[in-house]
Design a protein around this ligand. Sequence first.
Ligand code: DGL
Length: 267
Amino acid sequence: MTQVLIFDSGIGGLSVARHIHALLPAAVLTYVADDEFRPYGDKSEAQLNARLPGLLASLEIACQPDVIVIACNTASTTALPAIRAAVNAPVVGVVPAIKPAAQQSLTKSIAVLGTPGTVARAYVDDLISEFASDCAVTLVGSTALVEMAERKLAGGPVDMARLKREIAPIFTPPNGHNIDAVVLACTHFPLLVDELEKSAPHKVAWIDSGAAIARRTKLLLGRAQALEMTAGTSRHNTALLIGPQPSPARRKAFADFGFDRVVALKP
Ligand code: DGL
């Protein structure tokens, strides 16, 4: 049986898990949400590097995954080398989709919408130099959107006026009216794509890395294992929440994404 461990600070990684589930339907997925330390986007590099390698090493011992997916841009752009050094399984990280956005943009004006941490990382600057040097790139960081996605999946309303304010810096002069592609460089944000579409002043492509991560996961698992994964064997996908018990609505959100067992690690 093939086991995949998917990790994020909260529900954001579900936007990646749905692609992994679609591509590898018989893999057993364990999803871990680090609720008690969220949001990652306002934590320092030192704080994330102090927490994540040890946490992932413990989760590897507990879950014995064949591959670990860090379904979080903030963690991936900050702590991937340290996580890889701490675990035995291969690790797939999220790379913000700057390359496809730059390729797709006709106006050569793109934006990267991530957490404040991600948009400040040297990793993102390097991706821009390598793949988007022919583009004007606007960087926008938001922590509020992370909590809005959390609230939405916990059954709450989305504050559209607030969301509009959060994305307004993308569309301000001098480049705002030209932008035709926005990189969703936080895995929480694809969960708000309908609301983002409604709030943008003009049509843009919203681009995330979910499908690419699923393809990379399949590749790392290897062809032989992938071929095994066709039978409809009985299995449970489990979500472990590092934090308090979820509300019934949050539990349902995990179930809607295929995680029929939800276990909270705190009473
Ligand atoms: N979903 C995460 C990301 O992709 C982290 C959000 C947060 O905890 O700030 O960056």
